[in-house]
Write a protein that binds this ligand. Structure first.
Ligand code: PCA
Length: 195
């Protein structure tokens, strides 16, 4: 069986939970052609990617899929691209708030996901769940992780990418969109089955 390293984040920005880790925790241990290894990452610039790459270097996974919360989004959104920019509206979980900094000064402006994002998005939609491609993972810790991992594995056979998921119903305020936890779990499962 192929190995998939799948990650979620800890809560940040005053939230008590992060739907990404809540959903990753509930995924089956084998999905499609993959055996899953699950890892929770801190919402901290640099550190999240460091911890992922440390585990990945001993696991040698065939694919890496990171999941993060995107409050305000209505659907499950595979990210097409990571950009070489840190620009934080809020502090991360260790008080870092970089503005207009490159992630990797010598790196390219952007790196494309090497997961089959179109198939993943189509699989989510085929399951009657809200899903679409996203062309921006933002400029906070999720994009930091996506760009760093893509840059690290560029030109190798290790595929990598990212999916943002909506708030859970208990997080959504004032008409913000949300998705039930079992729907997020089902959407991630469909996406992984399409990989
Ligand atoms: N979402 C944040 C970081 C951690 C998370 O779950 C983001 O979109 O950057």
């Amino acid at each position: 069986m192929k190995q998939l390293l799948i990650t979620g984040f800890d809560p940040f920005g005053g939230e008590a939970i992060n739907p990404s880790w809540e959903a990753v925790k509930l995924l089956d241990d084998t999905i499609g052609q993959y055996r899953l290894t699950k890892l929770q990452l801190p919402t901290v610039f640099g550190k999240a990617a460091q911890q992922l790459l440390t585990v990945a270097s001993s696991l040698s996974p065939d694919a890496i899929l990171s999941v993060g919360q995107a409050g305000g989004r209505a659907g499950i959104t595979p990210e097409v691209i990571g950009i070489n920019l840190r620009e934080a509206r809020i502090a991360d979980n260790e008080g870092n708030q970089p503005v207009n900094e490159p992630i990797i000064p010598s790196g390219p402006a952007a790196c494309f996901s090497t997961l089959p994002v179109r198939e993943m998005s189509a699989a989510i939609q085929a399951g009657n769940l809200p899903g679409s491609l996203s062309y921006s993972a933002g400029t906070f810790v999720c994009n930091d992780l996506l760009y760093t991992v893509l840059h690290h594995y560029e030109g190798t056979s290790t595929q990598a990418g990212f999916i943002h998921v909506p708030f859970l119903p208990q997080q959504a305020k004032d008409g913000q969109p949300s998705l039930a936890l079992d729907d997020i779990v089902r959407g991630l499962t469909l996406a992984i089955q399409s990989m």
